[in-house]
Design a protein around this ligand. Structure first.
Ligand code: NGQ
Ligand code: ZN
Length: 453
């Protein structure tokens, strides 16, 4: 039994004072009692407490590339596609030990910024020349090992990647480490499912990489999976054009017509949708996984948030290539990009939710829980005890309370006004520092120096 006492906590019904939160030995919340005046022997959280945020899209290894793929390429027309070539060259150097060291660093950063669940969209399966490791799931298991070290909740999504372009084009040499046929992929899944038994805060889903990497038949064969099922879709204009010329339909339109989209599914990016696609996707029950800092970094385009939200669509956030690793940064850019596009303010807010920070946080907690398929995203009985205590005394937050404090967290300052992060009842971050920060960073520094040399 673990007990916390929060002076102010964001519960499903709104802010509450003097909240006693109890969790069982498995880290699941058993009771939440507002108005408990005496803290007793509970650990006291004096700052505003919000649920841990799910990060629903990660390619962990790309953390080591952040900042290292900005140089103008010789071709002089840098784009998503030239970045991808740089990424292919980078993965050709990465060993399993390197992948684990980078994943651990990423996870520590996520925890220190308030993410408590990470969905790892994992496609870097094999050696650079494409030969599998002795254990075909070696690379996937390194994410579990990193999560065991850092304590973050992990949703592991082994990715099926078979082709190099829409519906069956041959893969490029740089894609060899990603490739599996359906049998090889199944072997990785089975191995991960077995390994999961030793990881109480991990769950397993699948990720057909994109319509550029699988055929309709492969997608069909995966579609009876209980979920989560994540797929990249409609991120780049060129990808939309190629899909239209191959199939007559845009990527999201094609998925709506040909895949049984429902709450198990999360479409990553979905940047380029028509209003009709956005409305139909919202109705399907699928989540859109938005990765604002990466979408900006890669020049993807701006998601039309109001159209999709007004249709009732669910959203979640991810940090994808990890040029940012903080929920506040993703939410801030999500909203401010809309402001730039629409020449308006408080775009994500509504009549019943006048604070955009609160509206966005609420949306991505609910959508993130759904997209990660884990009992997270709320401080409520039955949910995992994932708590983030903000540092109310930090200059960024001083003078604010309740929803206005969330606005201040999301929309102001550069520092990280976070004090404590709890996952499954365990405080992993205290005074803003993860217990393993120094050891993980030392290993990461050694790794990244070698990789970038
Ligand atoms: C990825 N990243 O799988 O890492 C992709 C690039 C692709 C983003 N889409 C590769 N942000 O989509 O082909
Ligand atoms: Zn991605």
């Amino acid at each position: 039994m673990t007990r916390f006492h929060a002076a102010q906590a964001l519960l499903p019904g709104g802010w509450a004072r003097d909240v006693a939160i109890e969790a069982d030995a498995a880290g699941i919340i058993t009771s939440v009692d507002p108005g408990t005046v005496s803290a007793g022997d509970a650990e006291r959280l004096f700052g505003h407490v919000v649920p841990g945020v799910p990060n629903i899209h990660s390619h962990a290894f790309q953390r080591a590339m952040a900042g290292a793929a900005e140089r103008r390429s010789p071709a002089g027309r840098d784009s998503f596609w030239t970045w991808r070539e740089t990424m292919y060259r980078f993965v050709a150097r990465l060993t399993p030990d390197d992948a684990e060291a980078v994943a651990a660093q990423l996870q520590v950063e996520c925890l220190e910024h308030g993410f408590t669940q990470l969905t790892e969209f994992h496609y870097l399966h094999h050696r650079p020349d494409g030969t599998p490791y002795a254990d075909r799931a070696e690379m996937a298991l390194r994410h579990l090992a990193a999560a065991a070290e850092t304590g973050i909740g992990l949703t592991l999504l082994p990715s099926l990647y078979r082709h190099g372009g829409i519906f069956g084009a041959d893969p490029a040499p740089g894609q060899r480490p990603f490739l599996n046929d359906p049998d090889g992929f199944r072997a990785i899944l089975d191995r991960c499912a077995t390994a999961m038994r030793d990881h109480p805060h991990a769950n397993l889903g699948i990720a057909p990489h994109s319509l550029r990497a699988v055929t309709p038949a492969m997608l069909d064969a995966l579609s009876d999976h209980p979920g989560p099922i994540h797929i990249h879709a409609a991120e780049q204009v060129r990808e939309v054009e190629e899909c239209v010329s191959a199939t007559g339909a845009r990527p999201v339109e094609w998925l709506l017509a040909n895949a049984p989209l429902d709450a198990r599914w999360c479409l990553i990016h979905a940047t380029h949708m028509t209003p009709a696609e956005a409305a139909a996707l919202a109705r399907s029950g699928a989540t859109v996984g938005l990765c604002p800092t990466t979408e900006a970094s890669l020049g993807d385009g701006i998601f039309d948030l109001p159209t999709y939200r007004e249709a009732g669509g669910a959203i979640a956030i991810g940090t994808d290539s990890h040029v940012g690793t903080a929920p506040r940064e993703e939410l801030r850019l999500l909203e401010t990009a809309q402001r730039l596009r629409l020449h308006a303010r408080s775009v994500a807010a509504g009549d019943d939710a006048p604070h955009p920070g609160r509206a966005l946080l609420g949306a991505v907690l609910a959508g993130g829980a759904r997209a990660s398929g884990a009992p997270v995203g709320a401080i409520a009985p039955g949910c995992r005890c994932d708590l983030v205590e903000l540092d109310d005394g930090h200059p960024t937050l001083a003078g604010h309370a309740g929803d206005a404090l969330l606005d201040a967290w999301v929309f102001s300052g550069q520092e990280n006004p976070l004090r404590t992060t709890v996952v499954a009842g365990r405080a992993l971050v205290r005074d803003g520092r993860h217990a393993a920060r120094d050891a993980v960073a030392a290993r990461y520094r050694e790794t990244v120096r070698r990789l970038l040399a």
